[in-house]
Design a binder for this molecule. Structure first.
Ligand SMILES: Nc1nc2c(ncn2[C@@H]2O[C@H](COP(=O)(O)OP(=O)(O)OP(=O)(O)O)[C@@H](O)[C@H]2O)c(=O)[nH]1
Ligand SMILES: [Zn+2]
Length: 353
């Protein structure tokens, strides 16, 4: 792979700190300032003549009735909105964040202008997701310190970079014989962990791919079923004699905690979990389960009995070289608050509930 993961890691760090980055595509290099971490002063320094347009996701463009401006050849391509004189920093933030639509009625009219490099623009939105930020940027032509390419982001997201970092005994509630194994990529990125429960007995282990959910796992949120599913997985593995829980740092199905909470704010306005993600400008499910296959490979496991209701997880593991010999249904924690969430999983994201 030709990209450099470290350059992408610098880009992620810069965006989170409100520094501009540049993304070099096949036809142009875009200088980008993330709307979420900017402020009026940083914007003025980045773009003294107030000419920088605002790059938005296709999903957000659809809400703004700019969908007809989306490049037909690339259906999910971002849209560059012209910088009208009234489009100051606050107006741009309102443009970027759909969760504020009720509080901040949108101005307009908006006009899309040609995007100098749709490949670089799409890479920029991807980098925003990796950084856990709103997918929205000011796009200018400033000279910027960190320049990266789409291939650098590919390298950063490549699960083959993940290595086993360390392991230790970790008795947990429900499984006293357990070991924790941490995985990390040297060039940066998330630290994922596996909890090895019980004692290998020659059979394929019970395996659970658990995506991080701070609200459900830690705070006991009733909006989802994550906490009870986590608990049930540990108890199920202990009862079976052996199993592997992969705790994947894919908060909010890969969009990060703050963006998930924005999706919750949209759900408070009546959108379901699928439409909330789309309106924010993200895929319905941004997770990449190849990372789980890599962890299983590093643990020497090629065959698993997978605890899930989500056929896409089994398919993704299969495609990444792990044989799912059995899918074990994994239901837990239904309550009146998550009833609609579970109905949406069944009806719109193919979960077998
Ligand atoms: N973006 C977003 N993420 C959510 C929402 N509710 C839960 N999540 C995240 O979804 C992940 C859990 O995945 P789910 O889609 O509920 O279930 P699954 O893992 O696909 O399927 P199972 O294996 O059957 O549990 C966790 O990372 C949660 O933080 C939501 O409304 N929006
Ligand atoms: Zn949850």
């Amino acid at each position: 792979m030709s990209g450099d993961a470290r350059v992408a890691a610098r880009g992620v760090d810069a965006l989170r700190r409100g520094w501009p980055v540049a993304v070099r595509g096949p036809s142009a290099t875009l200088a980008l300032l993330a709307v979420e971490t900017a402020d009026a002063g940083r914007l003025a320094a980045f773009d003294p003549e107030a000419r920088a347009g605002v790059l938005l996701s296709a999903g957000r463009a659809a809400t703004l009735k700019l969908a007809n401006q989306v490049d037909a050849a690339v259906p999910d391509s971002p849209v560059l909105v012209e910088r009208a004189p009234w489009l100051d920093f606050d107006a741009a933030f309102a443009l970027a964040d759909p969760a504020r639509d009720l509080a901040t009625p949108l101005k307009g009219p908006y006009r899309a202008v040609p995007d100098p490099d749709p490949v670089a623009a799409a890479a920029a939105l991807r980098l925003a997701r990796v950084a856990g930020l709103l997918p929205a940027f000011f796009v200018g032509d400033a000279v910027v310190e960190v320049t990266l390419t789409p291939e650098d982001i590919d390298a950063h997201e490549d699960p083959a970079r993940l290595l086993l970092a360390t392991r230790a005994r970790l008795p947990v509630a429900g499984a006293e014989t357990a070991e924790i194994v941490a995985f990390r990529a040297p060039a940066g990125g998330d630290t994922h962990v596996a909890l090895l429960i019980g004692t290998p007995d020659g059979r394929p282990p019970l395996v659970r791919l658990h995506s991080e959910c701070l609200t459900g796992d830690v705070l006991g949120s009733l909006k989802c079923d994550c906490g009870p599913q986590l608990n049930a997985a540990i108890h199920g593995m202990a009862a079976a004699g052996w199993g592997i829980l992969l705790y994947l740092r894919q908060e909010g199905r890969g969009i990060g905690l703050v963006n998930k909470l924005r999706a919750y704010a949209l759900q408070d306005q009546g959108y379901d979990t699928v439409d909330a993600n789309t309106r924010l400008g993200f895929a319905v499910d941004a997770r990449d389960f190849k990372v789980a296959a890599r962890m299983l490979a590093l643990l020497g496991q090629r065959e698993v009995r997978l605890m899930t209701n989500n056929p896409a997880k089994a398919a993704a593991l299969g495609a990444a070289g792990v044989t799912v010999v059995e899918r074990v249904p994994h239901k837990a924690g239904e309550n009146p608050h998550n009833e609609q969430y579970l109905v949406t999983k069944r009806d719109r994201t193919g979960h077998q509930l």
